[in-house]
Design a protein around this ligand. Sequence first.
Ligand code: HEC
Length: 289
Amino acid sequence: MSTLRGRGRIGWLSIIAAFLLGLATPPAAADPALDIVVDGESRTFSREALLARPDARDIEIPADIAYGRPMRFRAVPLAALLAGRPMPTGSVIETVALDGFAAHLPLDLVTNTDPAKAIAWLAIEPADAPWPKLPGKQATAGPFYVVWTGAQVKSVSSEYWAYQVAKLVSELPPAARWPQLVVDAALPAAHAARAGQTLFIAQCLPCHMINGAGSSDVGPDLNRPMNPTAYMTREGLHALIRDPKSVRTWPTQIMPGFAADQMSDRDIDAVISYLAHIAARNTEQKTAQ
Ligand code: HEC
């Protein structure tokens, strides 16, 4: 089916195949399901099967990130859903959302079960008790939403609260998967762009590609064709990351701001240093060609 979704030429064969598939496919299933793909092997969990699991719990979330208020969910520990499916150390779990958002959750974080740290849960929206709509959106966080509890819940990146999730896929860490987003090896260890790369992967890559690296196109690529550090001042870019609405506003604006408890001024400066580093390197590569 990828030819139908991609930009490729739609040949007769794919039209016929699509027609036959259309005849063979039953009407959209009422019960949403979550696919978990590890090493290319997919397992599907229906909503009802997830809700019926013995390890499903009612959990309280005092400060829910997507809803911005206390919430209560029926949820299953993510570690339990991944149990028995070995993955290479350093892997990440990519959360594939219905709207194209794609966070990369470090495996050691999602598989932790020690409440002294942070624990990941898959919250399941019940068919008979739908969740409220997300603030400013027409949809809820369902059918599946990754939420966090545990003593260190505040240290979890806001973008790791992935909502409207349809699929979880084990992947190589982004820096190994997309070398074009990695800072130069020659950069000093303490250079801000190094910290900026880590922050960019956690906070920005879920929506933005950079240099063609990444798997989401919710927002624009932040280096192609031009890097924002080439047309915005450092102050303007800082203000935009902190609160996009302080720079410009329009009704269909999507990008969330990052409050000081999610990204400090220093963190934002590090991300800007990272963007500037990638921009500079790209110019060098262009002139070298
Ligand atoms: C939830 C998705 C999301 C996240 C997370 C996100 N952005 Fe965005 N960003 C967008 C979207 C979408 C736009 C386009 C404007 C809009 O609709 O808000 C945008 C626009 C921008 C722009 C303006 C580009 C232009 O000139 O039009 C910059 C710069 C930017 N983002 C940087 C960042 C950085 C840096 C981060 C991480 C700290 C980040 N964004 C995180 C979705 C996101």
